[in-house]
Design a protein around this ligand. Structure first.
Ligand code: NI
Ligand code: MN
Length: 223
């Protein structure tokens, strides 16, 4: 089965199995690297890791235009519901099922607030299952040793790992994280969007893991 990944830049992706397309953390407006506009996005579901504006991004506009369901940490889902968006909320340890497949929330060491909604519950990683492939979107997080346990349980083939430093792991810690997760392919995310998270993705070099560096707007097929 082929899954198509389109990198929206920052932590944002479109992921498609040819039948269903989902967006993860679609931050486009105000993102200097984004090649897509919210009106370019056609999806049936949007998955959010946490409430920060650089992750919620254009979710409300995209969800309304597509009649898409938003899967998000519980308190964030409640706030988005009050905007008239269809949502499904969960928390770490729980799994939600949608037409695209499923998403399990994992913990992430970070915070979760939004400029309009205030504090919005847990910040999470997302263990996404689609067409028989499991993708671990780490969200924004520091390193933690349970990444090894999560990898044992969910066996992700692809990991999307933040390397920007300051708000998340930098390249060295992200490399250690990838070595614990042991995916077939690791893609560095959450860097170079703003000067404070400037990094050279070539410094992300986990032992024994293939690294796929993606340019904003680029598409890559996982087979
Ligand atoms: Ni964040
Ligand atoms: Mn962030």
């Amino acid at each position: 089965m082929t899954l198509t990944f389109t990198y929206l830049s920052h932590s944002g992706f479109l992921i498609s199995d040819g039948k269903h397309t989902i967006a993860v953390d679609p931050f486009l407006t105000g993102n200097p690297l984004a090649k897509h506009k919210p009106s370019d996005i056609n999806v049936s579901a949007i998955l959010l890791s946490h409430g920060h504006d650089d992750h919620v991004g254009d979710t409300v506009e995209i969800a309304k235009a597509n009649d898409a369901t938003v899967y998000a940490p519980y308190e964030l889902a409640q706030q988005l519901s009050s905007e008239g968006v269809t949502t499904d909320g969960g928390n770490p340890g729980g799994q939600l099922v949608g037409d695209f497949g499923s998403v399990a929330f994992t913990h992430a060491f970070h915070s979760s607030s939004h400029s309009k909604y205030g504090y919005v519950g847990a910040c999470c990683g997302l263990m996404i299952s689609m067409a028989g492939v499991t993708i671990y979107h780490c969200g924004d997080t520091g390193i933690f040793s349970d990444m090894k346990l999560l990898a044992e349980i969910y066996k992700p083939q692809v990991a999307l790992i933040p390397i920007g430093d300051r708000f998340t792991m930098g390249p060295a810690l992200a490399s250690r994280a990838a070595e614990m997760i042991k995916p077939r392919v690791a893609i560095p995310i959450h860097y170079n969007t703003f000067p404070v998270i400037q990094q050279d993705p070539k410094d992300f070099k986990p032992n024994g893991v293939t690294v796929q560096i993606m340019q904003p707007g680029e598409t890559w097929n996982y087979t």
